[in-house]
Design a protein around this ligand. Sequence first.
Ligand code: PLP
Length: 432
Amino acid sequence: MKNQELKNRDLEVLWHPCTQMKDHETLPLTPIKKAYGVYLEDFEGNKFIDAVSSWWVNIFGHTNPYINEKIKEQLDTLEHVILAGFTHEPVVKLSERLVKLTPDGLEKCFYSDNGSSAVEVALKMSFHAHKNDGKVAKDIFVSLTNSYHGETIGALSVGDVELYKQTYEPLLLKTIQTAVPADMSIEAARKAASEFEELCRERSTEISAIILEPLIQGAGYMHMYHPEFLVLVRDICTKYDVHLIADEVMVGFGRTGELFACEHANITPDFIILSKGLTGGYLPLSVVLTTNEIYAKLYCDYGEHKAFLHSHSYTGNALACAAANATLDIFENDNVIEQNRVTAKYMGEKLLKFKELENVASVRQTGMICVVELKGYTPEERIGLKVYAHGLKNGVLIRPLGHIVYFMPPYIITDKEIDKMMDTAYEAIKGL
Ligand SMILES: Cc1ncc(COP(=O)(O)O)c(C=O)c1O
């Protein structure tokens, strides 16, 4: 009863993200009353395993008792304060910890509210640092083919997924795309890196930075590549004075098997962008970390147009920082990365079974992300939607990207829940 009532009220007043609203004429909304652990629950007591970690943000489960407690503590002390000219304990503590945890050499934290706005920050900082250095011609950004960095105008400009970008093309910045490695082999990594080097050889005086998603292109259909690409790109960037921006919005905080994906290649980018898992999936917060060298280029006397004048009202929000500190406490106190390796191994074993199905082209995995790629369908068949509907009917939130069915659950998922999640998807794919 309440389920239906909420759906009706919703459709009167809401416009949902990433949705053709007309689809809701046939595909019902799912009202959620409460959530705990890996489960979402509606008003009739139906439970759904959150196999997408609520858009890749949740890592330690919904309403996690420890994170809840820490946010409640913060709520009674300080909810928010302007971060220009003022500071507070949670934001300083979080910054100290992030500087320690991220690759060596990243020393300064700049906060914002979401992944896209942090991408904008990193692009502007890169351009501004070069400009203050007298390199005014460096006004073009390079990104990888098939990349996704968010949907604000600047972030969309460096993206390359047609679905999101095509309509808005006339509004976007001019950018260059260089090839992402075609597959997970080291040869593909080397080939793509040499293409990027060729581009730098010709145009590095115009290129401010390359932005990339280390190891996995999330919204780019979970395309995966070898860490050697990162090693080579790091060297090329240094050689040609091009900044390297690592967008770890999706892959950061343990998803790939290390705390940060850049660790697989043992590199330090000039900027790292973090969001999503940063607050355990509780509150909007993002951060760009950069080097003291770049910071120094924007540190000068007032009035020279050299200061980085970028701001968002909720920058460094105290509640979000408290959630982030609680999240880092869990990483510090529990053996999360080790435990993830065990969980990932179990998911990987179950993944092999999908290869038996004749409509499965391939499977792949990096850390806590498993992917089943389907074959033989046209986009008009909307098979992703069919898998999604089957999942909901059977208690699992699976949200395919077109013909890509993926599993990206909160890290606390148990083997039994993995069985349920993957068996449900298996049945959905088999029944297509
Ligand atoms: C790699 C990457 N960068 C940036 C973003 C944008 O983040 P947000 O949706 O918080 O703006 C996303 C979102 O999925 C992402 O996956």
